[in-house]
Structure formats: structure tokens, C-alpha cells
Design a protein around this ligand. Structure first.
Ligand SMILES: C[S@@+](CC[C@H](N)C(=O)[O-])C[C@H]1O[C@@H](n2cnc3c(N)ncnc32)[C@H](O)[C@@H]1O
Length: 231
């Protein structure tokens, strides 16, 4: 089942349209998005995700996650929305070799396919802790201040709750990264009032004014809003 709840007329990765709306040349946008090239393992994981409707993070967003995990020296990462493992592989490739990814999803089939993707990527099962369940049931059971990075890519309407949980889970200096924060170009357009768009837009406003974090909105893929927890 596709729980991504994408707007019916728009698909992820509208590179040309997003590029035009930002005034950026389409070629520049595509160049940046594909600057770090995905390997065959990631392409196959991406195909699995597309097939079951668990739309994977874009290539530029994936590279940004790997970068964040690397600069944080991340050993402990939480992911909300395992999908078929694309973001998980990017994260694990940036994390320390002894690091563990805790990833939550409500769809057993998505996690089964993610396991296949991780195995193909040569990631040992000790490095992943896949938890089947609703994010808002699972997250409260995870330990306060124990994580270096939290990546949010589940139900967009629940993003405000994921954000609060993430701030609780992160160590000082840790980072929360939230995908789809431009939501198919709808967030900057005030005429768009569907529940996902409204939830993401209001969360963005809240994060802009939140003294607990230092935020940045990276215009990669469908938008990756990152915020570092202050010490
Ligand atoms: C956009 S896909 C994730 C893609 C994945 N991060 C990747 O890049 O490959 C969203 C995933 O979130 C899961 N999901 C949706 N609502 C959820 C919830 N409330 N709790 C946990 N997972 C949820 C869906 O089953 C789906 O696999």
C-alpha cells in the first residue's frame, strides 16, 4: 500500500518544474541532483520502492544524508519510514562502521524488501534494527538523548510529532533531517491547503522560530529540512 499519500497529480523528483520555480536552470538542478551517482545496489532498491509505492528519497537527498551521517560521526541513527531501504543505505554508508540504524515502518512488506536491499549492499544484520509499527507508538520507547541523527520520512501529517520526538531522542549537537519539506512544490504556495502541505508548512514555521535548534532548509530533491539541536 502506498502510505506516502502523494498528491495525485504530482510525482516525486519533478526536477524540471522545481528548477523553473526556483529560477534555477534545469541543467544546473539536474547536475546537482546527480552529482553523486548512485550505484546498482541503490538503483535496485529504488526500483523496489517505486514498485510498492514507498517512494525513496531522491539522489541528492540521499547524498546529503550520507554527508550528514559522516560529519556527525554517527553511530546511532533513527529513521522513520524504512521504505525499501534507499535512505537507509545512504545513511549506513555515512555512519561509523560499527553504527546501528534503527528504522521504523508500518508495512512489513516494505521492511522485507529493505532487508533484501541491505543484504545486497553488504550491510550485516547487526547494523540494522528494523521495528515494525506505527512511528508514534515506537518512538516514545526509544532512549532520550541517545541518537546522533534522526531522519523523518513517514506520514507527513505526523511530522510535527516526529519533530518533537526527534528533539527528545537527539544528543546535543545531533541533527534531525526531514524529507519532502517542499512537498512537490506545494509548501511555498499558500493556495495549497491539503493536510500534508499544511502540516509541513506549519512545522517549517515552527522550526524557524525554535530556539532549541539551528535549522537550514536544503533545496535538494523534494526539500530536506535539517536542524541541529543546540547544546
Ligand atoms: C516515502 S516512504 C520511505 C522511503 C524511504 N525512506 C527511502 O528513502 O527508501 C514512507 C514510508 O513510511 C511508512 N509509513 C507511513 N506512515 C507511517 C507511520 N505512521 N509509521 C511508520 N511508518 C510509516 C510507509 O509504509 C513507507 O514505507
Amino acid at each position: 500500500m502506498n502510505r506516502d499519500e502523494s498528491p495525485p497529480t504530482q510525482a516525486q523528483g519533478l526536477t524540471k518544474e522545481v528548477a523553473i520555480s526556483t529560477g534555477m536552470k534545469p541543467a544546473t538542478w539536474s547536475y546537482a541532483e546527480t552529482f553523486i551517482v548512485e550505484d546498482d545496489v541503490l538503483s535496485r532498491a529504488r526500483a523496489r520502492g517505486a514498485e510498492v509505492g514507498a517512494m525513496p528519497i531522491g539522489q541528492g537527498g540521499g547524498a546529503a544524508l550520507r554527508f550528514l551521517a559522516a560529519v556527525l560521526g554517527a553511530k546511532t541513527v533513527v529513521e522513520i519510514g524504512t521504505g525499501c531501504g534507499v535512505s537507509g543505505i545512504w545513511l549506513l554508508r555515512g555512519m561509523r562502521p560499527d553504527g546501528t540504524l534503527t528504522s521504523v515502518d508500518i508495512e512489513a512488506e516494505h521492511q522485507r524488501l529493505a532487508r533484501e536491499s541491505f543484504a545486497e549492499a553488504g550491510i550485516t544484520s547487526q547494523r540494522t534494527r528494523l521495528i515494525l509499527g506505527h512511528a508514534l507508538d515506537v518512538l516514545p520507547r526509544l532512549t532520550d538523548g541517545a541518537y546522533d541523527l534522526v531522519f523523518c520520512d513517514g506520514d507527513k501529517k505526523e511530522y510535527p510529532d516526529y519533530y518533537e520526538e526527534a528533539l527528545r531522542l537527539l544528543r546535543p549537537g545531533g541533527v534531525v533531517a526531514i524529507d519532502n519539506t517542499l512537498w512537490h512544490d506545494r509548501v511555498p504556495d499558500p493556495a495549497q491547503r491539503d493536510p500534508q502541505t499544511v502540516a509541513i508548512r506549519e512545522l517549517g514555521k515552527r522550526i524557524q522560530d525554535d530556539d532549541r535548534v539551528m535549522p537550514v532548509l536544503l533545496p535538494v530533491g523534494d526539500g530536506l529540512l535539517c536542524a541541529a539541536k543546540r547544546g
